[in-house]
Design a protein around this ligand. Structure first.
Ligand code: AMP
Ligand code: MG
Length: 352
């Protein structure tokens, strides 16, 4: 166990003295959790293999899952990647800083471990001011996966990071809850038609309007477990976002879903299980079970995305044995939410 320093920072005007303490840690090869606009990340100097290996260990991250590299200047793309296509530059101009990660051909500068030996690198410029200040003061690109134990719901508050990683990492910058709540969209720009490997904070529809042509990787929209051999984004094949409770997602037309969710809740409760229902504002009043929580109104996917991981963790805290979740519309941010829900449930999906 090491001592984990926790520093509260102001999101709007990050205190430079605190940022410098964290940046010094990054520069000397330590690992620091910090807020981004999507979820909290666990940062290390992306160019220092000894630092990056600590991130894998602290998170218990599978050794074949590459890490996104975060930059504070668009120009840094050209030192980390080569053959950057014009389409990628278009996306950088339109969506950076922001929740979009570009997969590009890597340069020789990048150590093998950061990209787990792939010939590509995933790069993003976050918009969170604390994240940008930390990268700038560290004077190096920062590789950062989500700051949770591998497989658990991603952290959207510093408290989530503390629960998973206190004693395992050197410091945490606490700037309150993150704005978006789901991870960045990962898009592969090394293929003829750009392909979304992971839906996230930048919606498919927006990418399509800029690029014209975009594909969704079958794994990104899968509604069942897909066997993957040599995935281009190895992270896609691992168990993810999962609460401790067993989980099931019920998908289909609103009225049928509501009926099915309550029916399942009754069955589980009859078995003596403590049942949590993940509802929306529209369905909330229809349910009775041990715990009922609303993601927000189905009309506002931004709020739903923001609440998702926090609520999954709350069900665990309140000792739910089972979580029954309603499926939501896969439009806009809804696609990322459904991708996370289905994985959190380990593809335990009921259609009605
Ligand atoms: P996280 O671990 O939550 O930060 O998620 C990072 C995601 O980006 C994982 O799904 C990784 O597999 C993916 N990723 C990172 N680097 C690459 C890369 N070079 N090529 C393809 N996917 C990547
Ligand atoms: Mg993650």
């Amino acid at each position: 166990m090491k001592r984990t320093i926790v520093m509260k920072v102001n999101t709007r005007e990050p205190e430079i003295d605190k940022i410098r303490v964290a940046a010094d840690l990054i520069r000397k090869g330590s690992i620091v959790a910090f807020p981004t606009e999507t979820v909290y990340g666990l940062g290390a100097d992306a160019l220092n293999p000894n630092a990056v290996i600590k991130v894998f260990k602290a998170k218990k991250r599978p050794p074949d899952n590459p890490i996104i590299v975060h930059i504070a200047n668009k120009e840094d793309v050209y030192t980390l990647a080569r053959n950057v296509p014009e389409t990628a530059e278009k996306l950088m101009a339109q969506f950076w800083p922001g929740p979009l990660t570009l997969v590009l051909k890597r340069s020789k500068l990048v150590p093998d471990i950061t990209v787990v030996g792939l010939d590509t690198i995933a790069i993003r410029m976050p918009s969170n001011k604390v994240a940008l200040a930390l990268i700038r003061e560290s004077m190096t690109p920062i590789s950062a996966p989500s700051a949770n134990l591998a497989g658990k719901p991603s952290p959207t508050t510093a408290e989530h990071v503390i629960n998973d990683l206190a004693g395992r990492i050197d410091a945490i910058l606490d700037a309150g809850p993150t704005k978006i709540g789901v991870e960045s969209t990962v898009i592969d720009m090394t293929v003829p038609i750009p392909q979304i490997l992971r839906p996230g904070g930048t919606p498919y529809e927006k990418l399509k309007s800029v690029l014209g042509e975009v594909e969704l990787h079958p794994i990104a929209v899968a509604d069942r477990r897909v066997r993957v051999i040599r995935a281009r984004s190895p992270g896609m094949k691992h168990r993810h976002y999962a609460p401790d409770a067993e989980m099931v997602v019920v998908e289909g037309k609103f009225n049928k879903v509501v009926r099915k969710v309550q029916e399942l809740a009754n069955l589980y409760m009859a078995e003596g299980k403590r049942v949590g229902i993940l509802a929306t504002d529209e369905s909330l009043s229809n349910y009775s079970s041990d715990i009922v929580k609303s993601l927000g109104t189905g009309k506002n996917l931004t709020i739903i995305a923001k609440n998702l991981f926090r609520l999954l963790r709350e069900f665990d805290k309140e000792k739910a044995d089972v979580i029954i979740a309603e499926g939501i519309s896969p439009e806009g941010l809804g696609l990322a939410v459904m991708n996370r829900l289905r994985r959190a449930a380990n593809f335990n999906i009921i259609r009605c």
